[in-house]
Design a protein around this ligand. Structure first.
Ligand SMILES: Nc1nc2c(ncn2[C@@H]2O[C@H](COP(=O)(O)OP(=O)(O)OP(=O)(O)O)[C@@H](O)[C@H]2O)c(=O)[nH]1
Ligand SMILES: [Mg+2]
Length: 225
């Protein structure tokens, strides 16, 4: 009796493995199917990392900088990704072939649009998030952060275009270090207020990768995945 039970269990596991791996080979399909399920498939070939944030916050430029390319046109879009800007696009990550970087469309300010955004990009199907903003902590960024926490997943918080901020901010008694410390403290407080105990915050420029937090960001990312 035990023997037949063992055969039944291993047959069942084979079927589960087959279907999960099928989805893993095609994240687009996995995303669609995860709309129907409460959980994304635990067995996946890729670590799907979503770069998300408001419109124009520097998502695509950051993806390019992470991949070490200057112009999006030079970077071949993975066949897995769509071609429209309104769709998430996937890119390989040269430093780690297990990672797939997803350049998500920008989230818009209006509350209803925020809701629609979650449906459109199916946030649940990603494993990790890089949340970008190019200004102060906007409402939609906090909204995304809360959604990610609700899914029990984590994120890096990236304040992009910090080079512009540094160039345009003139505070006579503040050194660059002071300014960066203030910004970090500001974002830290905001993120802690929604329950992120130890926020991982990077203040960087995707166009000046040898300055600010960019190198630290890449090192941290590479050591985590
Ligand atoms: N100076 C500076 N400019 C940046 C930086 N990151 C992005 N930009 C510029 O900001 C503009 C918008 O950048 P994108 O990367 O297209 O922004 P996005 O979030 O992908 O925009 P959408 O996909 O339209 O939501 C471009 O002109 C970039 O060159 C940065 O770190 N520093
Ligand atoms: Mg973009």
């Amino acid at each position: 009796m035990m023997f037949f039970y063992d055969i039944f269990i291993s047959f069942k596991n084979c079927i589960i493995y087959y279907f999960r791996n099928g989805e893993a080979a095609n994240p687009q399909r996995a995303r669609k199917s995860s709309l129907r399920k409460s959980q994304p498939p635990p067995l996946k070939r890729y670590i799907n990392v979503a770069v998300t944030g408001p419109v124009d916050s520097g998502k695509s430029t950051l993806v390019n900088a992470m991949r070490g390319v200057e112009d999006e046109d030079e970077a071949p879009v993975d066949s897995l990704g769509g071609s429209s800007k309104a769709l998430p696009r996937s890119y390989s990550y040269p430093a780690n072939p297990r990672v797939l970087l997803w350049d998500l469309p920008g989230i818009e300010t209006h509350e209803m649009k925020q809701h629609a955004y979650l449906e459109k990009v199916d946030l649940r199907s990603y494993d990790f998030f890089i949340l970008t903003t190019s200004s102060r902590m906007e409402e939609e960024v906090l909204y995304l952060a809360k959604e990610i926490l609700r899914m029990d997943k984590s994120f890096y918080f990236v304040r992009t275009k910090i080079d512009i901020y540094m160039r345009s901010t003139k505070q006579p008694n503040f050194t660059q270090g002071d300014l960066l410390r203030e910004i970090r403290k500001y974002f830290s407080k905001k993120l802690q207020s929604i329950g992120v105990n130890i926020p991982r915050i990077f203040l960087l420029s995707a166009l000046q990768v040898d300055k600010f937090d960019f190198e630290n960001f890449i090192e941290t990312f590479n050591s985590q995945f």
